[in-house]
Design a protein around this ligand. Structure first.
Ligand code: FES
Length: 112
């Protein structure tokens, strides 16, 4: 399994505390930059509950200090750190992606 760091754009193009969807090798990935601690997170854009590409439009929050995104459709929440489903009900976890900032650009690590 080969992985590669992919440049998905300049830091200035990502709004703070809002999701942004990027497409990498055919995959939609939701990118979040939280201003509180200047941490970056990347998760699949697909919400596993009803298979909708909406998590980049999700609401940012935290559950017991851990950052989470809440789907705008039916309010299922997922940890931005590890993708675990953290609200009630039986919904699959989501995939997270390694993300880093270097020289003013944002990079995602994906399997190629
Ligand atoms: S589609 Fe996301 S919670 Fe239903």
């Amino acid at each position: 399994m080969n992985t590669e760091w992919i440049n998905v754009g300049a830091v200035v193009n990502f709004a703070k505390d809002l999701g942004c969807c990027v497409k990498v090798n055919g995959r939609q990935i939701a990118v979040f930059n939280l201003s509180e601690n200047n941490q970056w997170y990347a998760v699949q854009n697909l919400c596993p509950h009803d298979k909708r590409m909406v998590l980049s439009r999700g609401i940012i929050g935290d559950k017991e200090g851990e950052p989470k995104v809440t789907c705008p459709l039916h309010k299922n929440s997922f940890s931005l750190k590890n993708g675990k489903h953290v609200s009630e009900g039986d919904v699959d976890d989501i995939t997270t992606y390694p993300i880093k900032v270097k020289d003013g650009d944002v990079f995602l690590q994906v399997v190629v």
